[in-house]
Unconditional design. Structure first.
Lengths: 332, 332
């Protein structure tokens, strides 16, 4: 993943030189609008010594959803596309899948049957592709997939479909003493394979959904084995619970894009002192996608209402972002 | 907890000045023996640029058990003494406890009946005292207890029964770029109340056992409520699983004192490259306690055998530690 490493490095270098010379404007891919203004004002108020809203660095915790907030989530969550590719790859070892749903639908490319499979079917796909191996083996499988798989619309590696303005925001917050976390409904061990290279977020700052795992000694070698059973779903009301468990501090800033992030934002906003909440609203069907309350992936309805009621920042992607993806700057 | 803050500050200052002037010997409360030598040699080898065993700072993860490793665990785990004190405090609101075990045993000070209650009874005590309130309320209860409770043998606050040599070791590792974690069978939210003040370990680096928790909005206020059901037991084979989940990297050094730490040490030792494992053997009945394979608390048997087989460091508390508790240096 040299390419991503390069992206992260460039962003870091850019952010670093901006803070050193004090001349370059922060968040260069953000248009000068209310969202950018609100971010800069908040960061200034909590990080300036002597400010009545000053927050010590140790408490500058910022949590980010991943799907639809840091990278795209269309046509469906990328992790589901990983599961689908993996089913195709494993099919020769599973002749029974030819007649068993939802595997049959995947192998025949039957989108309608796959859509009909719903949550129960998707869980079957995930368990068949995410469990039954050691943690090291799973990580290698994800790594291999990220190196070869291409997004159907953009024909690019999935990890290039990250949002340039959000990469800049992560760097800007870290430059101001923030500790940045991912808090995602996606799989924690899936995310950790690329979060450090792509976002500069180390494994211990990645929180996500998990399946059960067990320690055992196989032929004298200690391993952790992944089992096909849900351990925790890090979505909706699960997000503040996971934040409390993993971090043990309440964030002072939270970033999301769907109703699945609402409780994380509520929990963040309800803390004492100055807090910041932001929603990314997908309004750009040309450069990315346009969707909200009627989308089956990343549905945004109640959270948007509450954002307006509570004065949370809302990014209008079309209006607020000069660039969506890093590759727009250097077309092939 | 100003006192503990002072302890942590002094240790940090001492470690800081030692590393700055390069003159003072590290780990001053450790006698010059094989355990101290092994620690210093390991830290030098993994943190010196150009060393064949060099490890980048981000991967310098060190995990510590708490009970019996960072502080004492006799006559029983301090968290159980908290539960017992809490039962006494809550008794007026629970007249039924006068006739219900194990509450009756606690209220009558009946040690034998309490011992007979075993795990099921202890779980009842923990649930009655650790659940049914918000996370904020629980943390406040623990804080209040730590400020007033006294250890039966030493008549000191429990958080003064920490091991001075281990405080120095934590500081020494951090001075060499390590990230120090607690990985304890004790309650994660109990530990987090004092870990930062006492050990300099922030909440997000504390891993422990947990009960279920749920997010809800009570009278318009988002809260996280603790429920009387086990979520995860962070002991034995649970320790590597929790390390994998919370940290997502394998430690390069692990510190424990009982069979409950064996799997954490095995998982650590089995990683690639240079690794370090250490057991604290409680051999000092005068200054602390002397116990191992026959103890009902902190039993050390199989792990000690494996330490000898695998060449893990073993601290002989009586021989290796000049000082056990910080207060020995400044008696009242």
């Amino acid at each position: 993943m040299n390419l991503n490493l390069r992206i992260a490095t460039l962003v870091t270098l850019a952010a670093g030189s901006a803070s050193q010379c004090g001349a370059a404007e922060p968040l260069p891919s953000w248009n000068d609008g209310p969202a950018r203004t609100a971010i800069v004002r908040f960061v200034h108020r909590v990080s300036s010594k002597g400010s009545p809203d000053y927050v010590p660095p140790a408490e500058r915790i910022a949590t980010f959803d991943n799907d639809g907030c840091l990278w795209s989530e269309k046509p469906v969550y990328f992790q589901l596309l990983f599961a689908i590719d993996r089913v195709k790859q494993l099919a020769p070892q599973h002749p029974e899948w030819k007649s068993e749903q939802p595997f049959k639908a995947v192998l025949e490319g039957d989108q309608q049957a796959l859509a009909d499979a719903r949550m129960e079917g998707l869980a079957k796909l995930v368990m068949a592709t995410h469990a039954g191996m050691t943690t090291d083996e799973f990580a290698q499988t994800v790594k291999d997939w990220l190196e070869t798989a291409r997004h159907p619309r953009f024909d690019r590696p999935y990890q290039e479909l990250v949002f340039q303005p959000m990469l800049e925001l992560l760097g800007y917050l870290r430059d101001h003493g923030f500790k940045t976390y991912i808090v995602s409904g996606g799989g924690i061990e899936f995310l950790r394979v690329f979060a450090e290279d792509v976002y500069g977020i180390p494994p211990e700052q990645v929180i996500g959904s998990s399946i059960k795992a067990e320690f055992e000694i196989r032929k004298g070698v200690p391993v952790i084995v992944r089992w096909p059973a849900i351990d925790f779903i890090d979505d909706k009301a699960g997000k503040p619970v996971a934040i409390n468990k993993f971090i043990g501090r309440r964030p002072i800033a939270a970033f999301g894009n769907s109703d699945g992030d609402l409780q994380m934002l509520q929990w963040t906003a309800a803390g004492k002192g100055l807090r910041f909440c932001l929603l990314v609203h997908h309004t750009d069907g040309d450069r990315e996608w346009a969707y909200d309350r009627d989308s089956h992936v990343g549905r945004l309805d109640e959270a948007l209402k509450q954002a307006h009621q509570n004065g949370w920042a809302v990014v209008d992607m079309k209006r607020d972002w000069k660039t969506v993806y890093p590759f727009e700057k250097s077309p092939r």
